[in-house]
Design a protein around this ligand. Structure first.
Ligand SMILES: [Zn+2]
Length: 1001
């Protein structure tokens, strides 16, 4: 034992830590229950309970001014009508104090929030937001509290957000009936994703009787069954303080929050005499095998499109010990390609690649473990099951290599320590990690403070029999197991839509004249309400103004050190003991084919054997000492000329400080000595990449459509469409097919040659380093880099060897057809790069058109889930998009209509200010400490210096309404535009009429 470990640490002793007694102060209406300090995250978490109603409050004290609020309700549906989800939408449509139609969307615009949303999960509904500005935080808190507890639930909002019947031609009662509604369309879109439909199917059988049996988001076939009365009753019971959990994070003290909760909400409620909770599922006594179908586009090849999944029901997620054990077991089996189960699934001929569902699902009250294959066929189901069971039996018999066990424990420690915040605010991430435990009345504090539980797990894992017993008790001897065979059915969509048509025709034939009249009136009422602009109502809602905006941007600064051979830039950041290292290379000149294969090279990076190790040994080494080694290329246009490009190649790794030296060695070896002789592995990785790209379409169709629409605007846009867009999906699909029918090995040889030539060019490119770590760690990290790299040969910059892309300026008209029930539309216009004085006005114009016109015409009236517009200064273009959209031509027209609206309608300053605030809060949005530093560094590489960004920010604040009109006229009105849509084959004729070039995916 080291001396340090025996020294008593005052920070772990509650008596001696002043912050602990400080945080426990609470409002008199609340009782304090307990608190704990979590050293690894530098936070204190307190638990309180409201005396009268029993509402729970967890507060996380942190030295962080990005304060976060969340209120969650236990919502436990007993059918698939989507009642909880529709309620989530309607609750945000006006409340007692704020009786405006759309306070949520209005607040998004008059706020400096860094996060605002609402979530429906399988057993809870939550309303979170975050802001760095105290006035803004209080505004949002007022509106959120009122919306959740005093919602007015207007019947018209139920019709708009949930579902309604409408004649296709609004006022013409002789036209066909159709279902409409935001949630109805949203779920049609969500359920178009095969992976979501598969997860829903697995849950249905894994949970035969409890709430997880149902689709809490709503099944499109069941949503129309929900009545307005049922919605109100569900609200009355579930949206009650006795059923609520409040969670807050940041530097506002708990009692300040509680004062508000008490005043505005809690004092007005009595305790509810009903406890809402999820029951335990009844257990199966024998295994279950089922087959179900999912819709596949009739034009698509239906071979090898079956998904196979094995799923087990495990113990309680709120029992920390059971949960950690399940996580540990899952990681042992699936952590990396050398883990026994993942290795079997990746290398078997029974399917194309491991299922995206592989892993542990621990957000439900009872956890489940899943593994599977995609790209398989129904006849393989039994063999797949035998394969999985044989792997498990082998582990139960022989255990697992110690190196793998170490690697898994290391990964658990690393993920506990890392401070996130790049996708969600850090505080919200913490809150969400404890939420499901809070919902099921478990011990949230214990769940957030994993340190001691991890130590216990380490001790248990020393017993060589521990893993063997775990596999047996959790999986092999567990009869609650379901095998799902999920097969493609190319007629399913057609039968589904015919059944819907027949159902609607039946409803229509039974309608009386008066009922028909009512439907026409309802459509009319909604349309009228939607076109009304509630300017007076605006005064009711609180707001922040441009005066509340901080003067300047906060850009972290780096220090640069030049050693004889290499340059190291470093940022001092509170990273909680982690070090982030990047090797940055000047991207060399590549051939067109090399460019096309660069994403394949990136995907293989860190996944292949290096030097004397094979890929399995490399995987174990990576897991033991790092949080992964990745590579990507970054190409951007010049700030004043989008046709002039520059590119870098970045290899990144992260590690706990104690492993930094070894990680530096690992990174160097991975980069310099990767070899391309594991051909089966390379083919397997390409199949995985194909599946991953395929599965991304329904979730990010709007980005893909925009990428295609602007692919003629700049060399970078063309490259990003080719490497990440729809064109890349088509390319990887074709390559994977060719590799599978590659009798004479020509395709494989070509792939290997290209990967090698890319590698050769990269290893002879000039390089530099970036380090992000805590100040006291810097010296040793720098020494590590010098130790491993300083003897390397210096490579001078040679401009003729640098990336060079041909200029491009052309219009594109494309339709990409695939299996989707909804459309994604995009239109793009050529504009200017970021340094041009008009870039600021165009940027503000995006939000202005969305707030003033697009949201209303495309979401509220058109029924799409989302829409918007934005200036893309990197590629000098302006883009419109829609997301999960039932319409196509009309939406493309609406994009142009928005410009008419802009020029013909008088506009208030308020609308301009809202659009400006939107841009500012996205410019100021904080990332994680490491993310902020990396962003600043990479912006600098491309001339986006702190001064340049500050100047752009000043220009945003100075934009006027006249500027908006001027830029719309000069760049968008009556200008040629590019169009791209993602749709299905039913829309082929419509796309042809629009003169779009048709591609099948
Ligand atoms: Zn929704």
């Amino acid at each position: 034992m080291t001396a340090a470990a025996t020294t008593p640490e005052s920070t772990t002793n509650p008596e001696m830590n002043p912050t602990l007694s400080e945080t426990s102060k609470c409002h008199t209406a609340f009782g304090w229950i307990r608190n704990e300090r979590i050293d690894s995250l530098d936070i204190v978490i307190d638990q309180f309970q409201h005396k009268k109603t029993g509402a729970l409050h967890y507060h996380i004290t942190a030295d962080n001014d990005e304060n976060v609020f969340l209120v969650a309700l236990r919502t436990i549906p007993t059918d698939s009508t989507g009642v909880a989800h529709i309620l989530e939408h309607t609750a945000l449509c006006g409340s007692e104090k704020y009786p405006v139609r759309d306070p949520f969307f209005m607040m998004i615009r008059r706020s400096l929030n860094t996060f605002m949303n609402a979530f429906t999960s399988s057993d809870w509904t939550a309303y979170p937001f975050a802001s760095q500005n105290k006035k803004d935080f209080n505004n949002l808190l007022d509106v959120y509290l009122d919306a959740v507890f005093f919602s007015r639930l207007d019947e018209l909002d139920f019709a708009q957000e949930g579902h309604r019947l409408e004649f296709e031609l609004g006022d013409d009662a002789s036209s066909d009936l159709q279902f409409k509604g935001v949630v109805y369309n949203e779920m049609k879109g969500a359920m178009s994703s095969t992976v979501s439909a598969l997860w829903q199917t697995v849950s249905k059988y894994l949970f035969p009787s409890v709430t997880y049996h149902f689709n809490s988001g709503g099944e499109p076939t069941d949503i129309p069954d929900l009545s307005y009365e049922q919605l109100k009753e569900f609200y009355r019971v579930h949206y009650h303080p006795s059923n609520a959990v409040f969670m807050t994070f940041g530097n506002i003290p708990a009692h300040v929050h509680q004062e508000k909760f008490e005043q505005q909400v809690l004092s007005r409620f009595e305790r509810l005499d009903r406890t809402i909770n999820v029951n335990d599922e009844k257990r199966y006594f024998s295994h279950l095998n089922v087959e179900e179908n999912y819709p596949l586009d009739p034009e698509e090849d239906n071979h090898n499109k079956t998904h196979l999944v094995l799923a087990w029901l495990l113990g309680h997620s709120i029992n920390l010990e059971e949960q950690l054990e399940a996580q540990f077991l899952t990681s042992l089996l699936l952590e990396n390609s050398a883990s026994p189960l993942l290795q079997a699934l990746e290398t078997t001929e029974l399917g194309n690649s491991p299922s995206p569902l592989c892993g542990l699902e621990d957000s439900n009250k009872e956890m489940s473990f899943l593994c599977g294959l995609e790209g398989s066929s129904p006849e393989n189901a039994q063999a797949f099951q035998e394969l999985v069971i044989s792997v498990l039996e082998n582990v139960a018999e022989n255990g697992i290599e110690e190196a793998q066990i170490e690697a898994v424990l290391h990964q658990l420690e690393l993920s506990q320590r890392e401070i996130g915040g790049d996708h969600y605010p850090f505080g919200l991430q913490l809150i969400l990690s404890g939420l499901s435990t809070a919902i099921h009345r478990g011990d949230v504090i214990a769940h957030m403070n994993l340190d001691s539980a991890l130590q216990k797990l380490r001790d248990k894992a020393r017993d060589p029999d521990y893993v063997k017993k775990l596999v047996k008790s959790q999986l092999l001897d567990n009869p609650h197991r379901v095998r799902v065979t999920f097969k493609p059915d190319q007629q399913l969509d057609q039968r589904r839509s015919e059944a819907e048509k027949a159902h609607l025709a039946k409803i229509k034939s039974a309608l009386t004249e008066a009922e028909k009249d009512n439907l026409v009136k309802l459509a009319d009422k909604l349309a009228q309400r939607q076109s009304q602009i509630e300017t007076d109502m605006d005064e009711i809602l609180p707001k922040v103004t441009v005066k509340d905006v901080p003067e300047s941007l906060n850009v972290p600064q780096s220090q640069v050190q030049q050693f004889s051979q290499l340059k190291v830039s470093h940022f001092n950041k509170g990273t909680n003991g982690l070090v982030y290292q990047q090797l940055i290379l000047d991207l060399p000149k590549l051939t067109d084919e090399e460019h096309q294969y660069l994403p394949i090279f990136n995907y293989c990076f860190g996944e292949l054997g290096c030097a004397d190790k094979d890929y399995l040994q490399m995987q174990v080494w990576q897991s033991q000492i790092s949080g992964g080694i990745h590579a990507h290329s970054s190409i951007r246009g010049d700030i004043s000329d989008e046709q002039q490009v520059k590119g870098f190649y970045i290899v990144s790794g992260k590690a706990l400080l104690r492993n930094h030296n070894e990680m530096t060695q690992l990174l160097k070896q991975t980069f310099e000595a990767m070899h391309f002789d594991e051909t089966d592995r390379i083919k397997e990785l390409i199949s995985q990449l194909r599946m991953r790209k395929d599965n991304s379409i329904t979730g990010s169709g709007h980005s893909l459509a925009m990428q295609a629409a602007c692919s003629g605007m700049s060399p970078v846009a063309r490259m990003s469409n080719q490497n990440k867009g729809l064109a890349s999906i088509a390319f990887v699909k074709e390559l994977d097919d060719n590799l599978q029918n590659d009798q004479d090995g020509t395709t494989l040889r070509k792939v290997l040659d290209l990967l090698k030539s890319i590698h050769g060019k990269l290893t002879t490119a000039p390089s530099q380093f970036l380090l992000v770590c805590e100040e006291e760690a810097y010296q040793s990290c720098q020494d590590d880099i010098l130790q491993h790299w300083n003897s390397s040969e210096v490579i001078a910059h040679q401009s003729d060897k640098l990336l060079n892309l041909a200029p491009i300026k052309e219009n594109i008209r494309q339709a990409w057809l695939t299996s989707t029930q909804v459309n994604f539309c995009a239109r793009a216009f050529a504009t200017v790069p970021v340094e041009h004085p008009d870039a600021a006005a165009l940027t503000v114009l995006g939000g202005f058109l969305r707030n003033g016109f697009l949201h209303r015409s495309i979401r509220e009236q058109g029924g799409a889930y989302g829409s918007g517009a934005n200036q893309d200064s990197a590629n000098a273009c302006f883009k419109f998009f829609s997301y999960r959209d039932p319409r196509l031509t009309e939406t493309l027209d609406d994009f142009e209509q928005s410009l008419q609206w802009l020029l013909e309608t008088p506009h208030e300053y308020q609308a301009l200010e809202e659009a400006i605030l939107g841009v500012i809060s996205s410019l100021d949005k904080p990332a994680s400490p490491a993310g902020d530093a990396k962003q600043a560094f990479h912006n600098n590489l491309f001339g986006r210096t702190a001064q340049q960004r500050q100047k752009f920010r000043q220009r945003i604040l100075a934009v006027t309404i006249d500027d908006l009109l001027r830029v719309a006229k000069s760049y968008l009105m009556d200008q040629a535009s590019s169009v791209a849509v993602v749709s299905n084959h039913d829309h082929e004729q419509e796309c042809k009429k629009l003169e779009l070039e048709i591609f099948s995916l």
